[in-house]
Design a protein around this ligand. Structure first.
Ligand code: ATP
Length: 347
């Protein structure tokens, strides 16, 4: 599958602060990728660089193979951008607002009308056409922002916390619209703090912490609870003595007891292959453990995220690969980055 968003060793410093600290990732065409991180982790800074609104200190980013620093105009024609704060104009209705942007994008005549009609229908803006755009509710405002971002039918959508502040119904509607756009083949890069929702609509999740990528993978594997060494977790319940699981595990070194529980134990086995789990279960039963339940653990994404952050704090290797040597991106014309940036990190 070809790559829609490609980021390589991207850095953004604000004075001494490393807001983005050497990140690399690829997002395939037609997929939805959720961008997750605590407040201040570097999500908006990364997205703004991808949206050509800020320059990297170093490294490179490409949208559909086009470099964001060297060809910002081409990139802007490929992306739709939904910022976390919506800039608005007073005394402009929803229709006038979209018409203004469609004109700014260079659409004329019938084509302009049809683009506006299409996005109004898609984002359910028709009933709001004559409402003042700065007097809309949060949910309506987000739909208008989405409509504006889609006016030029971009291939890639970059959405910075579009669901923030929306009520549950508006969030469901937004999720539905995002899935439709993905089915149409658009690539969507979306940040949010609501992990459960991201898990439902995203093909992959990208976790960022203190400016570094700490995980990139699908939500299902996180939920199934496999750890970074490939181990998986099972809840084992027994009839009778709950200690019988840990007593048995003492002699079976491929099973690790994570926690003893009222009716058994939480165990870790070193492989996600179901054949391995089946073999361990049958061995347990054969050797006298009276198993009545044996099921693979499903974690929620919040727990998975917190686990990953915990492992980083403990310094588990492999989670935060050091930045690779990189060549400076060079100063684009009218580079707004202040010259007094710290020197590149030496690896
Ligand atoms: P949130 O979830 O709160 O929106 P975020 O992950 O989007 O957070 P960023 O907005 O990217 O985080 O900020 C990353 C870091 O960079 C923060 O420490 C922030 O204070 C800092 N930062 C962002 N923009 C600037 C700026 N223009 N000047 C100085 N520091 C900045």
């Amino acid at each position: 599958m070809s790559v829609a968003i490609s980021v390589r060793n991207l850095f953004r410093y604000f004075g001494p602060l490393k807001a983005v600290d050497g990140i690399s990732f690829d997002i395939p065409h037609g997929s939805v990728c959720g961008f997750v991180g605590a407040n201040g982790a570097g999500k908006t800074t990364t997205m703004r660089m991808l949206a050509t609104l800020d320059y990297p200190t170093m490294g490179s980013a490409e949208i559909c193979g086009i470099n964001v620093v060297n060809h910002p105009d081409k990139v802007r024609s490929l992306i739709g951008w939904m910022p976390d704060h919506f800039g608005n104009y007073e005394h402009m209705t929803v229709l006038e607002y979209l018409d203004f942007y469609a004109r700014a994008l260079g659409y004329t005549g019938d084509e302009r009308r049809s683009r506006i009609e299409e996005v109004m229908a898609f984002a359910d803006l028709v009933p709001l056409a004559s409402r003042l755009s700065n007097k809309l509710s949060k949910g309506m405002t987000q739909r208008l922002c989405l409509g504006r971002a889609l006016l030029h039918d971009p291939q890639v959508l970059i959405m910075d916390e579009p669901a923030a502040g929306l009520d549950p119904r508006a969030r469901v509607e937004l999720k539905h619209l995002i899935r439709i756009l993905a089915e149409e083949g658009k690539t969507i890069f979306i940040s949010s703090h609501i992990l459960s929702e991201l898990g439902e609509m995203c093909d992959s999740l990208l976790f960022i912490n203190a400016g570094r990528i700490v995980h990139h993978g699908d939500a299902e594997s996180l939920k199934r609870g496999s750890d970074t060494s490939g181990g998986v977790y099972y809840d084992v319940q027994v009839d009778g003595n709950p200690e019988s699981v840990s007593d048995w595990a003492v002699l079976n070194t491929d099973v690790e007891i994570m926690e003893t529980r009222k009716r058994g134990a939480r165990i870790r086995i070193p492989s996600a292959e179901s054949a391995r789990a089946a073999e361990i279960l049958s061995r347990m039963v054969r050797e006298g453990v009276r198993v009545i339940e044996f099921h693979r653990e499903q974690r929620n994404l919040e727990d998975a995220f917190i686990d990953i952050l915990g492992k980083i704090e403990e310094g588990e290797p492999g989670l935060t690969p050091p930045p690779q040597p990189t060549t400076p991106a060079g100063s684009p014309p009218n580079d707004p980055v202040p010259p007094a940036e710290p020197p590149p990190p030496v690896v």
